[in-house]
Design a protein around this ligand. Structure first.
Ligand code: URA
Length: 274
């Protein structure tokens, strides 16, 4: 404990950090990774002589302005260019992992791309990785994901089924865990949307299942999940069904009957489609 800091203050500071999402101690002293990244970018763009003279970035407090404030290429245009240039899913995953404009990547351990069978007839779109997903690099593997797997198994769909007719393919509009599991901002969703659009195009599912408001905002441009749920929509000629996010069901178990009705509707639509 720092000299002069009493036990109660130290405990309050620790609880505050846990609240912010710092759930693991990985070093003895704090590192400002935003300042490190900026210092690396300035060194890379400096002329060779200046680069040699410039001190290597060191960990420590910084008052440098945010990288987002520096003028640069338009992130949405850049995302669109990179996403459209990806000829297949592995190339798209690599393009997303290399996309430098979204600040969320700096606070995340993994770039969570997708899970399941990419040939599945049903593609699920969620929100963003949580702590378990960030740790394992896979979408929907925490408590909400376990509930999702159980509910979809009830209508005969499993993420790892080799048969596209009974398989699932799962992704999120945002591949990096937002700090403290906050909702992704409208700006972040708009910036990353070209990657999701290309993801859907390349996977080419028969049906999209949108789980929660973030998925609806990204794909349909609308929120209001309690009104939208269960109402079939069409996007680029593809049937789209909004339903509640499984995290909502963990908080409000009585909503499970609503999702059950939506899943029965999904099952019926799968039978009707060629
Ligand atoms: N919630 C989501 O929306 N996606 C995940 O991957 C995990 C939890």
């Amino acid at each position: 404990m720092t000299a002069g800091m009493d036990w109660h203050l130290a405990r309050a500071l620790l609880e505050w950090q846990v609240e912010l999402g710092a759930t693991e101690a990985i070093g003895d002293s704090p590192i400002d990774r935003f300042a490190l990244a900026e210092a690396e970018v300035s060194r890379a763009h400096a002329p060779p002589a200046a680069r040699a003279a410039a001190p290597a970035p060191t960990a420590g407090p910084s008052t440098a302005p945010s990288a987002a404030a520096a003028a640069g290429p338009d992130p949405v245009a850049e995302a669109t260019r990179l996403a459209r240039a990806a000829p297949d899913l592995p190339a798209l995953a690599a393009a997303l992992a290399g996309f430098a404009h979204c600040e969320l990547r700096k606070g995340a351990r993994s770039c969570v791309f997708a899970d399941g069978n990419p040939k599945a007839r049903v593609m699920i779109i969620g929100e963003a990785p949580g702590s378990e997903e960030d740790r394992r690099g896979l979408p929907f593997v925490g408590p909400a994901g376990q509930l999702l797997d159980q509910m979809l198994a009830e209508i005969g769909l499993r993420r790892n089924s080799p048969d596209p007719a009974t398989a699932l393919y799962i992704t999120n509009p945002v591949p990096w865990r937002p700090p403290s599991n906050r909702d992704p901002s409208a700006e972040e969703l708009a910036m990353l949307r070209p990657f999701l659009e290309r993801h859907i195009e390349l996977a080419s599912p028969d049906i999209l299942l949108l789980m929660g408001n973030t998925a609806c905002q990204t794909v349909l441009g609308r929120r209001g999940i309690m009104r939208l749920r269960g109402q079939w929509q069409e996007v680029a000629g593809r049937p789209v069904l909004p339903t509640l996010h499984p995290a909502n069901l963990l908080r409000t178990p009585e909503n499970r009957r609503l999702v059950w009705a939506d899943l029965l509707s999904l099952k019926a639509r799968l039978r009707e489609l060629p």
